[in-house]
Design a protein around this ligand. Structure first.
Ligand SMILES: Cc1cc2nc3c(=O)[nH]c(=O)nc-3n(C[C@H](O)[C@H](O)[C@H](O)COP(=O)(O)OP(=O)(O)OC[C@H]3O[C@@H](n4cnc5c(N)ncnc54)[C@H](O)[C@@H]3O)c2cc1C
Length: 656
């Protein structure tokens, strides 16, 4: 019995002039009726409007949750104005690119092109010398490797997008004070949240609550879980300023090491003892901002010749007490010492934009979800609420947004009833199954970067996988199938980073030429950001040939495979290496012409090579299922369309 689509609605463009990137996902569940009581009810309630909360709210909005069903609150009166995170890495840029939100960041931010490493001369510690200059080049990616731009810009970009889609904004000045699961009160909206606004408390109900409320998460507290791990004794200071300096590399990402002679062994930001510069964006008055991170642990005071009595006093104090004694003046004083004999001071006529002192913590929670009595996840935590790591690797904001990118489509599928009807809670469970090990790996990586004695070659290989998030890899699970594709081939982690397709990793972007109009396209733009799956067929030379193997399989995908699911939910993308000169569009089966007119592309033999797929021969070609978050879910031989259907059915509801 085919399932019926109970609601598909036209999207209201708020000012009728903006182009909207997304069509909403199909929906099988009815929109909730207005609550009969005074208690407001939402299908999803997002607590916190930092990078992770805004990414989630933006995606859920684009997938089709109307403002009557979705609310994002934040306890602050307004968005971030100064400080906090500032690095957007290659993978986050790709994700934002898929959403069409990357251009302002790329225009206004500062690109990391080169890194330098400086250290004190062993024979004469008064002399600061440059040990090396390195290209900042970690992994092949669609855009830049890393761009720095203030967190407030990122938040504005999301908020503007939200307003375009539904005229909505974050509800600032609203604080979650408590949250619990209360199924007896309302089975359909079992999460009961207490929100405080202007001193008045109000209860709200929701189907799903997401805690994106940062390191001191109230949601995490209400879930009864804690951040567990290491709170190190390391104290760091961070300062944003317009700098007046004659240090030659003040506009490059530069590490300055205090230990004489050590600089040459330490790459980029890994294991720095001293400080490092993060070049930042141009301000509206034409000045360029600089961020400086400084190691403020007492050890450095010792190295800098602090009086023995003061040192002993320092050692008696707790790390928290020592952190509270760090001031803007102390950071600037330490900075001046770090850079001497070069000058490093605040430009006259300007003021320090922001500074903070922090203790490095590397911790995560045991669980990212809270379940109801039927073991269905109802509460999730994302971002800093569930993990924290040292800012040295610039991960905080990136990992947080990537948590939300992983969760958003799973949440939307559950709310809209387009998840596998017999799948129970498995799709939602896969959020924690994928993101918790990823956070654990990152923390382990962070620790290894500071480990003495680890060979630099090993450190560099790891940095390439982690620093720009292009090496994120999910293991076998509901949404990743590693059923062996070609057993005889063995690839290394480096090969996968360079593009060889592996289920569980993101699909590397490539350029293709669209058959219909001859335009060059990025495959990432073809995947779209609409919460849909793609079946990407890397066809072989016989595509377009009547009764050719690739033509028959493409016909099968377009006429049968995608029809098993909601219309438009699974999109076919056909990539072929070559079309015969006598090829005629009208020779193709009608299903391909109808379903793939604008998604039939030509790719070079080099692209096939990058993806690790043969383009000719009896085993040429491959079927690749790409998930809504750009991760390859599975890969199969061309003939294995049934394997593709079986895999998709694990996550997506069928309609026949
Ligand atoms: C002071 C500070 C300095 C930082 N410096 C750096 C840095 O230099 N480099 C770097 O990479 N990262 C830095 N970070 C970390 C980086 O900002 C985070 O990793 C990133 O912002 C995580 O995003 P998030 O959305 O998970 O959390 P956050 O950005 O922390 O956002 C959480 C949001 O939740 C809101 N909130 C909290 N509690 C409640 C509640 N009960 N009810 C409603 N709303 C609530 C907060 O107001 C906030 O807007 C810093 C963080 C802080 C707080």
């Amino acid at each position: 019995m085919p399932a019926t689509l109970v609601a598909e609605w036209a999207r209201q463009d708020v000012n009728n002039t903006t182009f909207l990137h997304n069509a909403p996902l199909p929906r099988f569940t009815p929109l909730p009726s207005p609550s009969s009581s005074d208690t407001k009810r939402y299908e999803a309630l997002v607590i916190g409007a930092g990078p992770s909360g805004l990414m989630l709210t933006t995606l859920l909005t684009r997938y089709g949750l109307p403002s009557t069903s979705l609310l994002c609150i934040d306890s602050r009166p307004h968005q971030t104005l100064v400080g906090n995170a500032d690095g957007i890495n290659a993978r986050t840029l790709e994700i934002l690119g898929q959403l069409g939100l990357e251009s302002r960041i790329r225009r206004d931010g500062t690109r990391f092109a080169e890194s330098t490493v400086w250290t004190r001369e062993e024979s004469n510690p008064e002399v600061l010398v440059k040990k090396m200059t390195l290209p900042f080049d970690m992994a092949p990616a669609r855009y830049e490797q890393l761009i720095t731009l203030h967190q407030g810009h990122i938040e504005s970009i999301f908020r503007e997008d939200l307003k375009r889609y539904d005229g909505r904004d974050v509800q600032y000045g609203s604080k979650l004070v408590d949250m619990r699961i209360d199924e007896d009160g309302d089975k359909e909206f079992p999460v009961l949240a207490t929100i405080e606004r202007d001193g008045v408390r109000e209860e709200m109900r929701t189907k799903y609550l997401v805690g994106a409320d940062g390191a001191k998460s109230a949601v995490r507290g209400s879930m009864g879980v804690e951040l567990e791990g290491d709170m190190t004794d390391e104290l760091w200071g961070v300062i944003d300023l317009v700098v007046d300096s004659d240090f030659p590399d003040v506009r490059r990402q530069s590490s300055i090491n205090t230990l004489p002679g050590k600089g040459g062994e330490i790459w980029v930001t890994g294991g720095v003892k001293g400080g490092f510069i993060v070049p930042r964006e141009r301000l509206s008055n034409g000045d360029f901002l600089t961020r400086l991170y400084l190691d403020m642990t007492v050890k450095n005071e010792q190295e800098n010749g602090v009086a023995t009595a003061r040192l002993a006093e320092h050692q008696r104090q707790t790390t928290k007490e020592r952190r509270n004694q760090i001031t803007e003046a102390l950071i600037l004083d330490r900075a001046a010492k770090l850079f001497r004999p070069f000058r490093f001071e605040v430009k006259k006529g300007t003021q320090v934009h922001w500074w903070a002192a922090f203790r490095i913590s590397q911790s995560l929670t045991k669980s990212f979800t809270l379940k109801d009595s039927t073991s269905h996840p109802r509460v999730f935590i994302v971002g800093d609420a569930c993990h924290s790591h040292s800012p040295r690797q610039g991960q905080g904001m990136n990992v947080s947004m990537q948590d939300s990118f992983n969760l958003a489509w799973k949440l939307a599928y559950s709310i809209f009833g387009i998840d596998a009807s017999d799948g129970g809670s498995k799709l939602l469970d896969s959020y924690e199954e994928e993101r918790l090990p990823n956070a654990r790996n990152l923390i382990a990586f962070d620790k290894r970067m500071n480990q003495e004695g680890l060979a630099m070659k090993e450190k560099w290989a790891e940095m390439k996988q982690f620093v720009v998030s292009c090496g994120v890899e999910y293991g076998e699970g509901l949404c990743v199938s590693r059923a062996k594709f070609k057993k005889e081939q063995t690839w290394t982690k480096e090969d996968y980073l360079n593009g060889v397709i592996l289920p569980g990793r993101r699909l590397l972007n490539c350029r293709v030429k669209r058959f219909a109009d001859g335009n060059m396209r990025d495959i990432h733009d073809e995947l779209g950001s609409e919460g849909r799956f793609s079946i990407m067929m890397l066809a072989s030379y016989d595509f377009g040939v009547k009764d050719g193997r690739s033509t028959i399989i493409a016909d099968d995908i377009c006429s049968k495979v995608i029809k098993k699911f909601s219309p438009g939910l699974i999109q076919p993308i056909i990539v072929q290496p070559h079309l015969h000169p006598e090829f005629q569009w009208t020779d193709l089966p009608s299903s391909i012409r109808q379903e793939a007119e604008m998604s039939l592309h030509n790719a070079s033999a080099d692209t096939y090579k990058v993806y690790g797929v043969e383009h000719s021969g009896s085993h040429a070609g491959a079927l690749i299922v790409v998930r809504p978050d750009g991760i390859v879910g599975m890969m199969a031989e061309l003939e294995d369309t049934q394997q593709v259907v079986t895999f998709l059915k694990r996550m997506v509801r069928t309609v026949e």
